[in-house]
Design a protein around this ligand. Structure first.
Ligand code: PLP
Length: 468
């Protein structure tokens, strides 16, 4: 209920009905007009105050604070030629430092850290162990635990996708799903179209498999455009594409369903497979979840990859591939790569989903992430001023910051590390060394004083980096 009050105020603030400095209705008046309790309105006001959107003045009431605004990052101009990827060393260096437990992990995209579900998962796993005994510790089937595969196949019914349990292959996270999907449709030397900026794990896979990456620019507001995809595939021998079908990492934009459909039709017309990365699909902030691109496939050339890493536990390493056409080949590659995925973790996740705990958790997690996003955006705008372009994520857990060209994100990365703060420097996200003045920051963290202090330190570092 209080979230609805927050949504109403946020909406009226962005459409201009409520303005900076304006006094909000009293608790009593708003509770009467919305037919909700006074504590509900109070909770909403307190939450808005924590987000920095409202100021409580003793004995006077609640007032809207100044609204900061920043532009969105610009769409990149790219070389438009396929290239060998060489990001592994850089990724290794960054990984070493961003996963140090004492660092404030602004560089790690781990949304569940904002609201850990540890107790529920522990309880579920203990129950599984006591019921299954030794069997939970045995090797499982190559394609995965059948009840979980059936459950996942069932979840696509919502999009009228008639997937069978055999069309689902359980993998070690989405990273292995993407790896298998890539190996299934392309080989060394082939050109793979990726969005730019692109999640660095995909670039590392392309590098590892000896393939070439072709960057297709995405725009902060609308994501990929049909025109850009058309240009890429008309000009180059693209063997396959890997795009985020819902929320993109690092930009956080969401591809509209209509654009998605047009892109799938265009690619299938040329018999080009699309590997869709849907790991952030369930973490949407919009009214409803984006539809997986596979829904629009007529030839079965769309392979869906996803996981529970962003929505339950990355350490479980459980992801999946959904494909009718390529399922047999994917299972063969899976067997060759890792035999099977953790049986124990699959059963635990199956029980977690089946009990309804997962859906309830997702609702809470989305709400916490949305609040974190609003708070962090407000803080960043206040601290960095309006020279920094900041993305407006439609879901997920990261901001993409674009500074002016005087800031080198590699310097910011090093300076931040000296202060025990990790950030992800922009060059990680491009094979052509773009985005040197960009940084990815995560709001998938518990909101506390350390985080607020860390943001201040980060902003001071950015100013320092600009002047050196
Ligand atoms: C866009 C995207 N795809 C795939 C992955 C890999 O996910 P997993 O941890 O399930 O392997 C990540 C993880 O950060 C990601 O951000």
């Amino acid at each position: 209920m209080y979230q609805q009050v927050i949504n109403l105020i946020t909406e009226m603030r962005s459409n201009g009905t409520l303005q900076t400095g304006q006094k909000l209705p009293s608790l009593r008046n708003l509770s009467a007009s919305l037919s909700v309790s006074i504590p509900t309105v109070k909770q909403a006001y307190v939450e808005l105050e924590r987000q920095g959107l409202v100021l409580a003045k003793p004995k006077s009431g609640y007032f809207l604070t100044q609204q900061y605004a920043s532009d969105q990052p610009k769409k990149a101009r790219l070389p438009n030629k396929p290239m060998a990827v060489s990001r592994q060393q850089l990724i290794e260096d960054v990984f070493k430092s961003i996963h140090q437990p004492h660092n404030l992990a602004l560089g790690v995209a781990n949304p569940v850290a904002a609201l850990p579900i540890t107790k529920t998962l522990n309880r579920t796993m203990r129950r599984v162990m006591s019921v299954m005994g030794d069997k939970a510790l045995h090797y499982g089937a190559v394609a995965g635990y059948e009840p979980l595969r059936r459950q996942l196949a069932f979840s696509y019914m919502e999009y009228a996708l008639p997937l069978a349990p055999d069309d689902i292959i359980i993998t070690n996270g989405a990273q292995e799903a993407l790896n298998i999907a890539l190996q299934c449709v392309a080989k060394a030397g082939d050109v793979i179209a990726v969005e730019s900026p692109c999640y660095f794990g995909i670039l590392e896979l392309i590098e590892n498999l000896g393939m070439l990456a072709l960057e297709v620019p995405i725009c902060s507001e609308d994501g990929l455009t049909l025109q850009d995809v058309k240009k890429a595939i008309n000009k180059h021998p693209v063997k396959a594409c890997i795009f985020s079908s819902t929320i993109a990492n690092p930009i956080g934009c969401e591809l509209a369903d209509e654009a998605k459909q047009q892109i799938v039709e265009l690619l299938e017309d040329k018999n080009i497979p699309l590997i869709e990365d849907d790991v952030y699909g369930d973490l949407y902030f919009t009214e409803k979840r984006g539809i997986p691109a596979q829904k629009y496939s007529k030839k079965g050339l769309v392979i869906t990859c996803s996981s529970f890493s962003k929505t339950a536990a990355p350490a479980y390493r459980i992801g999946w591939i959904a494909t009718q056409k390529f399922s047999q080949r994917c299972a063969q590659i899976k067997r060759a790569l890792s035999c099977s995925s953790s049986h124990m973790n699959q059963i635990t996740l199956f029980e977690f989903v089946r009990s309804g705990d997962y859906e309830r958790y997702l609702t809470q997690l989305r709400s916490v992430l949305m609040t974190n996003k609003a708070r962090m955006l407000n803080k960043l705008q206040q601290l960095l001023g309006d020279n920094t372009r900041i993305s407006d994520p439609k879901g997920g857990c990261v901001f993409w910051l674009e500074f002016d060209s005087s800031i080198n994100s590699a310097n910011v990365f090093q300076l931040a590390l000296q202060q025990n703060i990790s950030v992800s420097p922009g060059m990680l996200f491009s094979p052509s060394n773009r985005y040197q003045h960009c940084i990815r920051l995560s709001y998938g963290l518990p909101w506390n004083d350390r985080l607020e202090e860390g943001l201040k330190v980060f902003a001071a570092i950015c100013k320092e980096a600009k002047n050196t």
